[in-house]
Write a protein that binds this ligand. Structure first.
Ligand code: ADP
Length: 153
């Protein structure tokens, strides 16, 4: 530790946190799931963002609370409309990888003003990326609290 200020040590520590260690389980639905059913999933799973996937976990979209509010403002039939109509679609999705640092992921959340990032890896079988996790503002807040309490996991 010779010559390092406590701020430098804290910075070193923060830069070592990885997406892989901190990611949580992704909550997903399919493109043909109805808006109504997707809303139910969001409540039941207690998340603010759902990832829309094809077979094999291939990422095709993201749907957030705001997307649901928008669809409620329209005159769509929520029990008939597929989620594919309202989701944000690939390639316009900001993602992170397993070996990114948590700091890099957090910077993306801020830069793109979104609440959640799918953690992805190249698909072994198809063209595209597979969803393997989720990083959200809560993930980062948790790491921050652990850091402050001195009980990092
Ligand atoms: P909320 O709706 O709860 O405010 P966000 O700010 O994350 O959540 O979502 C705002 C918009 O950005 C929505 O239209 C959503 O589909 C889109 N979005 C959410 N996450 C991502 C992401 N990782 N990449 C690209 N777009 C996203």
């Amino acid at each position: 530790y010779a010559g390092k200020s406590s701020n430098q040590l804290l910075g070193d520590y923060i830069r070592k946190l990885t997406v892989k260690e901190h990611k949580s389980i992704p909550v997903v639905c399919q493109e043909d799931t109805t808006v109504y059913d997707a809303m139910c999933t969001m409540f039941l799973e207690d998340v603010g963002t759902l990832f829309v996937v094809r077979e094999g976990g291939l990422l095709i979209g993201v749907v957030s609370r705001k997307d649901f509010l928008k669809s409620l403002m329209g005159s769509r039939e929520l029990a008939q409309t597929p989620i594919g109509v309202i989701m944000t679609r690939m390639p316009n999705i900001v993602t992170c990888k397993l070996d990114d640092t948590l700091l890099e992921a957090a910077a993306l959340l801020i830069r793109y003003q979104v609440d959640a990032l799918p953690v992805v890896k190249e698909s072994s079988s198809e063209k595209g990326v597979e969803v393997v996790g989720r990083i959200t503002k809560t993930t980062v807040t948790k790491a921050f609290v652990e850091l402050g309490e001195g009980t990092p996991v």
